[in-house]
Design a protein around this ligand. Structure first.
Ligand SMILES: Nc1ncnc2c1ncn2[C@@H]1O[C@H](COP(=O)(O)OP(=O)(O)OP(=O)(O)O)[C@@H](O)[C@H]1O
Length: 450
């Protein structure tokens, strides 16, 4: 891969993207090379940063590893544009501002069903507009609004939606919140475009790039010097943040792209289940999906356990995890915090919770627990996924806000991420009816009734 310009690596799960991103950082920052320069390796979630720092050899002094948001805050701060507490980081607070904005704009119009949509709809739409770097009502009216599946917004209503966005920004600013997590990138890009000083990093590498919004990627393209490089590593099947944004709309100039098809992580049987999920109808039409070639390592079929009830699911999960964790790494992964608490309250202090404040990575045997989101980019010998019931997945609140098709696509990818974290063993549990996110093909599982 060239040491200047933009490059992209698209790969399937477990194909070595993170590993190669780290090697690339070593290569680009190597002092004896003509292209050498300070290198920034960015990813989306904090647990992965901790893991990457654990993998990073001490000699890589010229490589900085952090999340996009840490970088964005640091840069705006260096430019005098970041005050204490000026990011609206509390989702409830953001929700309140947006609810108020909807009400205020509604009062200017005749009664309309549009204003009665769930608040999540408005929150998502504002996120989408920011993520695409749209800064005017005209631009928003003209843009091709891809991504929303079930609940389309007509062009006629877009100026009203944009008014809500402007009102939200006004309310937020009045309270001293100049940014939220979604429009931070827009401000970073603008700042870089007006910044003629020498760039801090010559090379930027993005891992888990499918979750970076187009505007984040654009801001990073503006952050490197002309003789620098921007490398994108991603797997579109694992996109779990944002709303099916395409990194391609960030306008990177990619003369050549590399495809990683070899899966080095999962056994053949686990990879087959991952592949079967990615071939389900809700994965249709994903551009840039890289299908894996089957891995060589053989293992057991994933276990599909039909329990009597949730209590049995929890007991079995804990029992297996405790037994296996004496010699292997075991992750218990669930949909949300609430479900996570069911397990964290029963696990001892030796278990590692996967979350944003995880400071140290302890490799080796033990129990890890967290949400699907928190396990992004990580891997474990065994993964246990309880609560795979149809009333839990796809998520009922998501269906209410965004429609069933959208919920299936969203949660289908989450499950794909969770399944592909397992190196050798995978245990799936449910008690009533199995979620429609999993393929029904009996050859993919060994089914048990504990
Ligand atoms: N060329 C290789 N040969 C053998 N093993 C490899 C190779 N590249 C990566 N691996 C191993 O395969 C596993 C998956 O690698 P890695 O985490 O980099 O994949 P990834 O593409 O980032 O996965 P994901 O997107 O699913 O998080 C790791 O255990 C890594 O050490």
């Amino acid at each position: 891969m060239p040491a200047t310009g933009h490059s992209a690596v698209l790969g399937t799960a477990g194909s070595g993207k993170t590993t190669l991103a780290l090697y690339r950082a070593a290569y680009l920052s190597e002092a004896s090379m003509p292209h050498a320069g300070r290198t920034l390796l960015l990813t989306f979630n904090k647990a992965l940063v901790t893991y990457l720092k654990y993998l990073k050899p001490a000699e890589l002094r010229n490589v900085q590893i952090e999340t996009y948001h840490t970088f964005a805050r640091g840069y705006l701060n260096a430019r005098g544009k970041m005050r204490f507490n000026c990011i609206c980081s509390d989702p409830d607070e953001r929700k309140r501002y947006i609810s108020q904005a909807v009400k205020e704009v509604e009062s200017r119009y005749k009664p309309s069903k549009f204003f009665k949509r769930p608040i999540e709809f408005f929150m998502d739409e504002i996120q989408w507009i920011f993520s695409h770097g749209i800064t005017s009502s005209d631009e928003y009216v003209k843009v091709d609004r891809v991504g929303r599946i079930g609940t389309n917004l007509s062009r006629k209503l877009r100026p009203v939606m944009y008014e809500i966005l402007e009102k939200y920004v006004e309310l937020r600013n009045q309270n001293g919140n100049m940014y939220d997590w979604d429009d931070l990138a827009l401000h970073v890009r603008r700042e870089f475009e007006n910044d003629s000083s020498t760039r801090m990093y010559k090379h930027i590498i993005i891992d888990e790039g499918q979750d970076f919004s187009p505007e984040m990627i654009r801001s990073l393209a503006a952050a490197i010097p002309e003789d620098g490089s921007l490398s994108f590593f991603g797997d579109v099947a694992q996109q779990i943040y944002g709303q099916r944004m395409s990194w391609r709309s960030s306008g990177l100039n990619i003369p050549q792209q590399w495809l990683f098809k070899e899966n080095y992580r999962n056994t053949k049987q686990i990879a087959q289940l991952g592949l079967a999920i990615s071939r389900m109808p809700f994965f249709n039409d994903i551009k840039d999906l890289v299908e894996p070639t089957s891995p060589r390592a053989d293992g057991a079929l994933p276990t599909l356990a039909k329990c009597r009830n949730e209590t049995q699911q929890v007991e079995l999960t804990l029992k297996v995890a405790r037994n296996v964790s004496t010699t292997q790494s075991v992750a218990i992964l669930v949909k949300n915090r609430e479900q996570e608490k069911v397990f964290s309250s029963q696990l001892d202090a030796g278990a590692t919770r996967l979350h944003r404040n995880l400071k140290v990575w302890n490799d080796g045997p033990g129990i890890y627990h967290g949400t699907y989101h928190s396990a992004k980019g990580l891997e474990f010998d065994m993964v246990i996924l309880p609560f795979l019931d149809s009333e839990n997945l796809p998520d009922k609140d998501h269906i209410a806000a965004q429609g069933e098709a959208d919920a299936l696509t969203h949660d289908g990818r989450l499950l794909y991420v969770a399944v592909t974290r397992a190196k050798t063993s995978l245990i799936l549990l449910y008690s009533n009816q199995l979620t429609s996110l999993l393929p029904v093909d009996g050859n993919l599982y060994q089914e048990v009734r504990p």
